[in-house]
Design a binder for this molecule. Structure first.
Ligand code: ZN
Length: 75
């Protein structure tokens, strides 16, 4: 599938790591199916995947693992 953003690259289906800020926390969802351009990196998710992601992020299900995250102040 040709990328409509750069018009040059091809979109490949890949399993990506999706990160989202929820309040003071970052939530990471691994192995999310997405279409990623091999040229510009533009990433697109199918609507049903977005819906499942939202359900996952807002669920109170126990995560598969916890990460410790470093926070820096750029100023
Ligand atoms: Zn592209």
């Amino acid at each position: 599938m040709r990328c409509e953003v750069c018009g040059v690259g091809e979109r490949q289906e890949k399993a990506i790591r999706y990160c989202l800020a929820v309040g003071e926390q970052f939530v990471v969802v691994e192995n999310v199916p997405a279409f990623v351009c091999d040229r510009c990196g533009e990433t697109t998710l199918q609507p049903d995947v977005v819906e499942r992601l939202q359900n996952t992020v807002w669920s109170s299900n126990r995560p598969v693992r916890l990460l410790e995250t470093r926070v820096y102040d750029f100023v």
